[in-house]
Design a protein around this ligand. Structure first.
Ligand code: ATP
Length: 422
């Protein structure tokens, strides 16, 4: 195979500050006396002329020790992971992930691997697809030299995703989600043999052995892709969603919501909403509440995320009669929506065909939600009203009056309390 040098491509494809950081890492690797390469996604993306910012470096030797040295030289913060012999360096202008070239063995399917230090080719062999199994030296003596033992460049040209060996997806089922991610993102095809391995692993119900956190992480990364709908269709086609949990389903309504959420990114971000949770709501559209809860538990969602899913389910069940309240006064809108979180409300808003209703939900999120009354329980106490459940009833009545424009200021609100307490 012809030797390929990537120096020119690195210089032209990487942002100047990233390129500088890669060069500095190489210079410090030389002074430390260790062989270092950039590896994985960065090499793939340089070839594909795609923007890449994640710097993954693999070294032949103890990456943890080298990473500590490098963090010190670059003035960055260091975080090491002893078990996997990897480390992250956090810098003002980016992050460098350092790993030690390693071989992985899987004691059980879908378990986390055991790790021993290895040579470069073995490290490349443990990776997911040939296009992600290339490395480029950053040491001075052979800067830019490409190591491509498994035909990654040829597969990039053929636009195919090819795995290394038949047990790959059994060892690590997240690779199935990764295959679908790269297929959708890059417009590549999963080659036939690899497809067979995926189907075989799925037949073995491999997702049952995989921890919920790892499924959630990969699924949420998929949701953040530019075209998650495309990837979801493929997941549904493979039957992956139901294998993860029977509550997850991509029917036509969910697909439509995926597209709507995808095209409303800016609006959703302006509310600082948890976008992956909104996609999950779409996939749980037909699930019974108990199934939705089981999915939330399986994916180890946080309490806040679980509540969001519950709210989403409740809101999707709202009857036309309830939704009709959105057309009435501000207080009717407020009291209908008050208990729900932002994600569920945004979801409800995006699924409305009726533009006026959608606008009312937006009005709630932008305005009504932030309205406060000018009196508190302390005022009621001072007025001699006995403490108890009455307080919340009175304060709600005051809120209703304020929302409907009947008690705008403190004086009017206190006057209203007097009449209510009579
Ligand atoms: P992205 O552009 O989405 O970040 P990436 O390829 O850089 O894609 P990372 O998750 O950052 O993906 O992983 C970096 C590299 O580590 C990959 O290119 C691949 O070589 C390897 N890798 C990551 N996850 C796995 C896995 N589950 N199995 C095998 N190799 C993996």
């Amino acid at each position: 195979m012809k030797n390929i040098n990537m120096y020119k491509a690195m210089k032209s494809e990487l942002d100047a500050d990233i390129y500088k950081l890669v060069c500095s890492t190489g210079i410090f690797a030389d002074s430390y006396g260790i062989k270092a390469c950039i590896v994985g996604g960065m090499v793939r993306d340089i070839f594909l002329k795609r923007k890449t910012v994640d710097i993954d470096v693999v070294v032949l030797g103890d990456g943890l020790k080298f990473a500590r040295f490098l963090a010190d030289k670059l003035g960055g913060a260091f975080k090491g992971f002893e078990k996997f012999k990897t480390a992250k360096i956090f810098l003002k202008n980016g992050r460098i992930d350092i790993s030690s070239a390693r071989k992985e063995t899987y004691e059980k399917p879908a378990a986390l691997p055991d790790v021993v230090l290895s040579g470069r080719d073995e490290d490349l062999f443990r990776r997911d697809f040939t296009i992600n199994s290339m490395a480029v030296s950053i040491n001075r003596e052979d800067f830019g030299n490409l190591f491509d033992p498994f035909g990654g460049v040829s597969d990039l040209k053929k636009k195919i995703l090819k795995t290394m060996h038949d047990r790959s997806f059994v060892d690590d089922p997240t690779r199935i989600l990764r295959a679908i991610r790269f297929e959708a993102r890059l417009g590549f095809k999963i080659e036939k043999r690899t497809l067979r391995f995926i189907r075989k692993a799925l037949k073995e119900n491999i997702f049952e052995n995989l921890s919920g956190e790892r499924i959630r992480e990969e699924l949420f990364i998929l949701f953040k892709e530019q075209t998650p709908a495309k990837a979801m269709k493929r997941l549904e086609q493979f039957g992956v969603l139901r294998k993860i949990n029977p509550g997850l389903c991509l029917d036509s309504k969910a697909l439509a919501m995926f597209k709507t959420i995808g095209s409303s990114g800016r609006l959703i971000r302006s509310y600082h909403a948890d976008v992956p949770i909104m996609y999950l709501m779409a996939l749980l559209g037909t699930a019974q509440p108990a199934q939705a809860l089981a999915t939330a538990v399986k994916l180890k969602l946080s309490n806040g995320q679980r509540h969001a899913i519950d709210h989403g389910k409740e809101l999707q069940k709202l009857q036309q009669k309830d939704l009709g309240k959105l057309g009435k006064g501000s207080s009717a809108t407020y009291f209908l929506l008050k208990k729900y979180g932002t994600e569920a409300l945004l979801y409800l808003m995006l699924m409305q065909k009726d533009k006026k209703r959608a606008a009312r939900i937006k009005y709630y999120l932008d305005e009504l939600k932030h309205i406060k009354i000018e009196i508190t329980g302390d005022d009621l106490k001072e007025m001699g009203i006995k403490e108890g459940p009455e307080y919340s009833k009175i304060l709600s009545a005051v809120m209703k009056a304020k929302l409907d424009g009947r008690a705008d200021n403190r004086e009017e609100q206190l006057e209203l309390v007097r009449t209510l307490a009579e």
